[in-house]
Design a protein around this ligand. Structure first.
Ligand code: PNS
Length: 188
């Protein structure tokens, strides 16, 4: 058993500023933190596992004791295979508690030696969830401040593939995008 190792499992579809806040807090407490993205989620995700992995790796590159991995099947089995001592989960508001308690107790039933540790992200993120971020972005609303910039950009690229092309054009030849750029600014 590695007492200094914790697993922070989740879907991270996409990573929000709340997730990142929790990762940074967890990294201060545990010697090593493995952020584990669930691969076999039943939900149809917005971002592929590879995309989520890439974004999280970029976002946590400054945290030397944080690793991003993926897992399949039962979380407790994965945690055991990593010899982790505990699971880290975030609780934003009381509404999270019931589900998290249920999950923690089920995980304890499955593996009594594994502990779940709850931490609270900054209160300014207490209403931020991946589901709401997806919903707002899909409806064309702004998600600035709710997700890291790289995620904001990826969301825009995903929902409006022309954005990526436009961005590239702007970098290579400023001004060439001309009218298109004006149109974009109006919509943003
Ligand atoms: O970010 P999410 O979607 O709230 O994370 C949920 C997650 C991935 C932690 C949970 O669904 C999970 O651990 N799934 C793996 C399968 C499993 O172990 N299920 C039993 C949980 S009690």
């Amino acid at each position: 058993m590695n007492r200094g190792l914790a697993i922070y499992p989740g879907s991270f579809d996409p990573t929000t500023n709340g997730h990142l806040d929790l990762i940074e807090r967890g990294a201060k407490i545990f010697e090593e933190l493995v952020v584990a993205i669930l691969r076999n989620s039943e939900k149809s995700p917005m971002f592929s596992v590879a995309e989520r992995l890439e974004m999280l790796r970029e976002l946590t590159a400054h945290l030397k004791n944080v690793r991003i991995e993926t897992f399949d099947g039962l979380m407790v089995e994965y945690a055991k295979s990593m010899e982790a001592m505990c699971i880290l989960r975030g609780i934003r508001a009381i509404s999270d508690y019931e589900y998290e308690l249920q999950m923690a107790l089920m995980n304890r039933k499955l593996e009594p030696t594994l502990e779940t540790v709850f931490m609270m992200p900054a209160d300014k993120y207490s209403y931020v969830s991946s589901r709401l971020v997806r919903e707002v972005a899909q409806a064309g609303g702004p998600v600035k401040g709710l997700v890291p910039e790289v995620v904001e950009r990826k969301l825009r690229e995903k929902l409006d593939p022309a954005y990526k092309f436009h961005d590239g054009m702007h970098e290579v030849a400023p001004g060439v995008a001309g009218g298109k750029e004006k149109k974009r600014k109006k919509r943003a």
